[in-house]
Design a protein around this ligand. Sequence first.
Ligand code: SIN
Ligand code: MN
Length: 264
Amino acid sequence: MELTAAQMAQFDRDGFLIFPDLFSPAEVAVLRQEVGRLAQLEAEEVFREHTGGVKSIFRVHEEDGATRSAPFRALVRTPRVLRPVQQVLGGDAYVYHTKINAKPAIEGTIWMWHQDYNSWSKDGCPTPNMATFNVMLNDTSEFSGGLYIIPGSHKLGLLESVYDASTGYKLWTIPKEKMIEVLRSSPPPVAVTGKAGTGVLFHCNVPHASGHNLSSEDRWHIYVSCNAVANRPVLGEHPRPDWVVSRNWFPLPIEDDTGVVKAA
Ligand code: SIN
Ligand code: MN
């Protein structure tokens, strides 16, 4: 899939693009079966809500490791995911990390306002030439904790951050006073809803968040975070583990667009 000049301009202006019906019901069924299987695993790549349900499953795209999955490995290599990523990053790309955020019905908690590049700059990535491809694995509404994105907010550049340890996965978030200032001076956030199979590509400097899942259905999303090969991190003395800061920074090849179903 090739982004048009108009889509490239929209990504530059808004910091995100939405692709309805990107993956078919048959592909989504394969991926959902994989989430069900992976959610049974006990591994360091699997994070839980404080109440016990599965929150995040990292590193599902590689050939090895406890959370490996052939269908998700195929997904990151499809032209539908990888080609737009290459286009917005301006060349060869690799997967920085993958995570399935399961956000279980009723107990799935928020992701506080944050910029992905806040963590990734601290990992040693020199520039914000990074982006994430989200694929919804079930229908997502405002009530099931879909993403909130502020259009154009990536142009604010890197904002200050505070470490938030309140949820099952600790991360750098935007402090309250700063976030109120950003919200008051920006266009209203967009609640990104869509049917299963919808794709969302967003820039790593976009402040984004999501709410508690108050619906009766789990909210299963895969996040494929990518880096330009030329922007690989200069690792410090105590780098985060490979499942969140991949050392596999070779250019990812585009492979079979029908790979997800074939890998089932
Ligand atoms: C993220 O921003 O990394 C995850 C957001 C979500 O799962 O809603
Ligand atoms: Mn994020």
